[in-house]
Design a binder for this molecule. Structure first.
Ligand SMILES: [Mn+2]
Length: 336
């Protein structure tokens, strides 16, 4: 038995290798790491003869930017599982979710008799399964999935390599934050047939014309608070329901990557309105600022420098709470 039950690679591979009927769960608003991990395992286990489905709760359809990924036909609506339950399944797998809440209504499936394997790389993981392969040092969940494929003896092909590459490239901010191991894995995935430019064009580098209008409004109202975080600075803005009307989630999600380039601010926040008094807050930071600490304090989670939380109330209230949380213990470290 492996000493650390929280990062049990052999145990996880054994469970996956012996399961005959598996449901793989991606988190709400799945990104390329979560959906890519689920589809990779889905295709790999399917090839080994298992019956496999992939599902996620919100939104009800695959985000358009990810709809060209290999294996998307494995995706089944959450409603099917909420109605039918887990009978007939012998393994549930959660990928890239730090907590059961991230799976939305599908978390209700964990009450039954079917064991749950949690595969993830969030330091904030709550260890909500019976079996865990959780490694916060991994650049992305796809890194753990790649290790599982090796353990299972599944060779990489172009489809699996594309899925893994998509998750790796996006979770590392286009490899900016990737470890040396991430770059080595990228080379291996390219050798197996992953085509970076083509993949990323669809996932991150393509927006409808209406996106320009959203950016104009949202960036035009951005606020810089240079005194926040002891002078390190916070920049923030909001995307209202009106701004995002008729556009995809991808357009609203892209704003944080522009805001975070503000040189006068070590932390950036984008509040995306999801209902009259509800906001999904995306946070990014650098220079030793850990927005993840603030996100956890406010009921969310994520990584030290890329995190988020849900806020119920108004925009100003959210910024006040965030500023206070960023002034709390642990949010600013001395080592940059
Ligand atoms: Mn991830």
């Amino acid at each position: 038995m492996i000493a650390d039950q929280r990062a049990d690679l052999t145990g996880a591979a054994r469970l996956l290798g012996s399961a005959r009927s598996v449901l793989l769960l991606a988190h709400n608003n799945p990104d390329a790491d979560s959906l890519g991990s689920a589809l990779t395992l889905g295709l790999a286990l399917g090839r080994r003869g298992a019956e496999v489905s992939v599902s996620f709760d919100v939104p009800g359809a695959i985000p358009q930017s990810l709809s060209g990924l290999p294996g998307v036909d494995l995706v089944t609506p959450a409603e099917r599982w909420l109605q039918a339950g887990t009978s007939g399944l012998d393994l549930l797998v959660s990928v890239d979710a730090g907590s059961a809440e991230r799976l939305g209504r599908l978390a209700s499936l964990f009450d039954g008799d079917v064991p749950l394997l949690v595969i993830d790389h969030h330091a904030s993981n709550t260890y909500f399964g019976q079996h865990h392969l959780v490694d916060p040092s991994a650049d992305a969940t796809v890194v753990l999935v790649d290790a599982l494929l090796s353990e299972l003896g599944v060779p990489l092909d172009a489809d699996l390599a594309a899925l893994l590459y998509a998750g790796l490239a996006t979770d590392t901010g286009g490899f900016r934050h990737g470890s040396a191991a991430a770059h080595v894995l990228a080379a291996r995935l390219m050798a197996a047939g992953a085509r970076p430019a083509e993949l990323l064009q669809a996932i991150t580098d393509s927006h409808p014309f209406g996106w320009l209008g959203l950016l104009s409004a949202v960036l035009g109202r951005a606020v810089l608070d240079p005194l926040a975080l002891g002078g390190r600075g916070l920049v923030h803005t909001c995307v209202t329901l009106r701004d995002s009307a008729g556009l995809r989630q991808e357009e609203a999600d892209s704003v944080i990557d522009i805001l975070r380039t503000t040189s006068e601010a070590a932390a950036a926040a984008v509040l995306k309105q999801s209902a009259a008094d509800e906001w999904q807050v995306s946070l990014r930071s650098r220079d030793g600022v850990r927005v993840g600490v603030a996100a956890i304090a406010l009921g969310g989670g994520g990584h030290p420098q890329a995190a988020g939380f849900t806020w119920r109330g108004d925009y100003q209230g959210a910024i006040a709470a965030l500023t206070q949380a960023l002034d709390g213990p642990g949010a600013v470290s001395d080592e940059a």
